[in-house]
Design a protein around this ligand. Structure first.
Ligand code: BGC
Length: 491
C-alpha cells in the first residue's frame, strides 16, 4: 500500500461520534428502570473519578516523574533516557526503513524522504500478525520470524524508493517494551509487558538480537536508531508540527514520552549528551499511586503474568478493559443471575471479552440494544434481556470512563511537571500532545472522557492551548526519521 506524498500524517483530533453520528448518553439508572444491583452500585462508587481524584493522580504523576529523574529506581516511573537529543527537522533525505514491534502485530515500513521541499516522497508498509506461540516462545524464534518477514519486504523494494549506490540500508527499530537504552542504537530489555513472555530476551540488547537474526537471514541492514513507540510518535508528530512536546500511546498497552531539559535530570551520570533537551520515555504504565481500584482489578492483576506490575496500564489500556468488564459481569451472573441460571463455560475464560467488544456494544443506540445482545451471545455465550443489556452498558461505561479520565489526568500530570520547570512554556502557548493507539483511535467514548478530564483539570482557558492530536502511524515514520537523523552517512 502506498501513501501519497502529500498525505498528512498528523491528523487532528476528531470529535467523538458513534457510527450513527451521536454519542451514547450515559444512562440514568433509575429513570431507565434498571434494577441496580449492589455490585453495580459499589462498582460505580469505587471507580468514580471526581476532580479531587483526578487532581491527586495528576500531582502524583508529576511527583513520580521527578523522583524517577532524580535517581535510577527512584519511583515506579523509570523515566528512561531515549538518547534522542534532536527531533526531526524536515531536512531528512533518503530511503529509510522502520520496524515496529509492540503488540500482536508488527509492521515493516520504508519511506523515501525528500527534505524540506518534498518531505515524504513515498511510503510503503506491511503489517504482519505475530503467531500466538511466538509470544511465548524463545527470543531466537521471535526475532527470526521478524527478520524473515523484513527480508521479504526488502526484496520488494522498487518504484520511487532508491538507495544510493554503496550504502547499507538503515532501519529505525521501534520496540515498544521497557528497555534500558544504552545508546541511540542499543538497549537492554528490562521486562516484557502486554502478555508477551518470550524467554531469553530480558537482560539482552534487543538490537543485538535483531542483528543476529538478520545475519541468519543474510539481510545486510544497520539498525541506526532503537526507539520506544512513544518516542517514534513524538518524532513523527514533530516532523509536521513544531509544537509537539508530548506523545502518548493508548492501545494494547500505554505509555508517554515528552521533551525534557537536560538540567532537570539529576540522575544523568555526566553531561555526555551534549544538547540541552532530550526525550524521556516515562514508562507510565508502571504508575500506581492513588488509583481508584477494585477487587476486579486486584484479581485480574493477581492472575496476570506480571502481578504487581503495570498497574496504570492494567487500569486504562486496551488489553485489559474487556477483561475487567468480563470479571464484573461474571460476578453479577453468579451473584445476581444477571443472565438467568446458566453460566456458560466460556464466560469464565480470561480475555474472552475484548475491549473492541465493549466499544461495539457502546455504539448500539437501538431501543432493544440488539447489538449488545448479539455480542454478549457471541463472546461470553449468554442470552440477555433488555435490563441485563442496560446493566452491561453501565458496567462498560464505568470502566471506560475511569480509564479515559485517568489517562487524561496522567497527561495533565506530565504537562504540569513541564510547566512547573519552565513557566509559560507549556500552558502559555499552543502545546501539542500527539496520540496514537487503537484504543484512542477507535473508542469515541474513551476519547471524550479523556478530553473531559483534561479540560476539567486545566480549566477552559489553559486547555484551549493543549491540543490533543491523533498522530496516526506516526511511530513508524518517526522511527524512520530518527534512523535518518542518526544515519552513519549523515544527511
Ligand atoms: C510498554 C511501553 C510501550 C507501551 C505502548 C507498554 O506495555 O511498556 O514501552 O510504549 O506499552 O505500546
Amino acid at each position: 500500500m502506498s501513501i501519497a506524498a502529500t498525505s498528512t500524517i498528523v491528523g487532528s483530533f476528531s470529535p467523538t461520534r458513534s457510527p450513527t453520528g451521536r454519542l451514547r448518553p450515559r444512562m440514568a439508572l433509575r429513570s431507565s428502570g434498571i434494577s441496580v444491583t449492589p455490585i453495580l452500585a459499589d462498582l460505580q462508587k469505587n471507580c468514580a473519578t471526581p476532580l479531587p481524584v483526578l487532581r491527586h493522580v495528576a500531582d502524583a504523576m508529576a511527583a513520580d516523574m521527578r523522583a524517577g529523574l532524580a535517581v535510577e529506581g527512584g519511583s515506579d516511573l523509570k523515566m528512561i533516557l531515549s538518547y534522542v537529543n534532536s527531533l526531526p527537522t524536515g531536512n531528512e533525505k533518503g530511503l529509510f526503513y522502520a520496524l515496529d514491534l509492540g503488540g500482536t502485530n508488527f509492521r515493516v515500513l520504508r519511506v523515501q524522504l525528500g527534505g524540506k521541499e518534498e518531505r515524504v516522497i513515498d511510503t510503503e508498509f506491511e503489517q504482519v500478525s505475530i503467531p500466538e506461540e511466538l509470544m511465548f516462545g524463545t527470543s531466537e524464534e521471535l526475532f527470526d520470524f521478524i527478520a524473515s518477514r523484513l527480508a521479504r519486504f526488502v526484496e520488494k523494494e522498487g518504484g520511487r524508493f532508491c538507495l544510493p549506490h554503496g550504502r547499507k540500508r538503515e532501519i529505525g527499530f521501534t520496540f515498544s517494551f521497557p528497555v534500558k537504552q544504552t545508546s541511540i542504537d542499543s538497549g537492554i530489555l528490562i521486562k516484557w509487558t502486554k502478555g508477551f513472555a518470550v524467554s531469553g530476551t530480558a537482560g539482552k540488547d534487543v538490537v543485538a538480537c535483531l542483528n543476529e537474526a538478520m545475519e541468519r537471514q543474510e539481510l545486510n541492514m544497520r539498525v541506526s536508531a532503537l526507539v520506544n513507540d512513544t518516542v517514534g510518535t513524538l518524532a513523527g508528530a514533530r516532523y509536521w508540527d513544531d509544537d509537539a512536546m508530548v506523545a502518548v500511546i493508548l492501545g494494547t498497552g500505554t505509555n508517554a514520552c515528552y521533551v525534557e531539559r537536560m538540567d532537570a535530570i539529576p540522575k544523568l551520570p555526566d553531561q555526555t549528551l551534549n544538547s540541552r533537551r532530550t526525550i524521556i520515555n516515562t514508562e507510565w504504565g508502571a504508575f500506581s499511586n492513588g488509583l481508584p481500584l477494585t477487587e476486579f482489578d486486584r484479581d485480574m492483576d493477581a492472575a496476570s503474568i506480571n502481578p504487581g506490575e503495570q498497574i496504570f496500564e492494567k487500569t486504562i489500556s486496551g488489553m485489559y478493559l474487556g477483561e475487567i468488564v468480563r470479571r464484573i459481569l461474571y460476578k453479577m451472573a453468579k451473584a445476581d443471575d444477571l443472565f438467568g441460571d446458566a453460566i456458560p463455560e466460556k464466560f469464565s475464560k480470561p480475555f474472552i471479552l475484548r475491549t473492541p467488544d465493549l466499544c461495539a456494544m457502546q455504539q448500539d443506540s437501538s431501543d432493544d440494544l440488539e447489538a449488545v445482545g448479539l455480542i454478549l451471545n457471541n463472546t461470553i455465550g449468554v442470552a440477555s434481556n433488555l435490563n441485563a443489556r442496560k446493566v452491561v452498558l453501565e458496567v462498560c461505561d464505568t470502566i471506560v470512563k475511569r480509564g479515559g479520565r485517568l489517562a487524561g489526568a496522567g497527561i495533565v500530570g506530565i504537562l504540569q511537571k513541564m510547566e512547573e520547570d519552565s513557566k509559560g512554556v507549556v500552558f502559555g502557548k499552543r502545546t501539542v500532545v500527539a496520540m496514537d493507539g487503537g484504543l484512542y483511535e477507535h473508542y469515541p467514548q474513551y476519547r471524550s472522557y479523556l478530553q473531559d478530564a483534561v479540560t476539567e483539570l486545566l480549566g477552559s482557558e489553559i486547555s484551549k492551548n493543549v491540543i490533543i492530536e491523533h498522530s496516526k502511524d506516526g511511530s513508524g515514520i518517526g522511527a524512520a526519521l530518527l534512523a535518518a537523523s542518526n544515519s552513519k552517512y549523515g544527511h
